[in-house]
Design a protein around this ligand. Structure first.
Ligand code: HEC
Length: 158
């Protein structure tokens, strides 16, 4: 009987642990399988495609809408911009975005020349695979920062 009670207590404690960690992990935590699954990300960023008109400024979305840390400290590096904005689509290839480091997808794009790549990132671009929103949806990013992001991603595919 005593043994049973101990086991019961352990079970209750284990259940409480599981419940509390589930609650902590739930809301939009990066890396959590469910919230970063291609379907979930695609769903979250869906409005980007519909509100972005080429040549016009996109409505900022999600992460991209927040001024990035260190905004006052001069232009961010390509890596910083990538991690704050571009990774949302380019890390796992959401909505047809060429995955960072995917040489087969990037090499014909890189072959267009850096100027064109940067233009496409700045102004938005609709290709065979999908739609790249202007500035990746980051209205707060400067042109220079977007160019840095492009160079960073292109560099990863070489
Ligand atoms: C909402 C998703 C999304 C975000 C965020 C995003 N991209 Fe893209 N990007 C795409 C898609 C989709 C394509 C591919 C379009 C095609 O080829 O059909 C693309 C293509 C590109 C290309 C290739 C253009 C070409 O000429 O082939 C570059 C360069 C690029 N993105 C840069 C960036 C940079 C830099 C950022 C971050 C500032 C960024 N992207 C953020 C979706 C995104």
């Amino acid at each position: 009987m005593i043994k049973l009670t101990v086991i019961n207590r352990l079970l209750v404690a284990a259940a409480a642990l599981v419940l509390s960690s589930a609650a902590v992990a739930a809301p939009g935590q990066l890396g959590a399988e469910s919230s970063m699954s291609p379907a979930a990300v695609k769903e979250r960023i869906k409005p980007v495609g519909s509100v972005c008109v080429q040549g016009e400024e996109c409505k900022p979305v999600g992460l991209a809408a927040q001024p990035l840390a260190g905004a006052s400290a001069g232009p961010r590096t390509g890596e910083q911009v990538y991690n704050a904005v571009c990774t949302a689509c380019h890390s796992i290839g959401v909505a047809g975005a060429p995955k960072v480091g995917d040489k087969a997808d990037w090499s014909p794009r890189i072959a267009q020349g850096e100027k064109i790549l940067i233009q496409h990132a700045l102004n938005g671009f609709t290709g065979k695979k999908g739609q790249m929103p202007a500035k990746g949806g980051c209205a707060a990013c400067s042109d220079e920062e977007i160019a840095n992001g492009v160079k960073y991603m292109a560099g990863k595919a070489k």
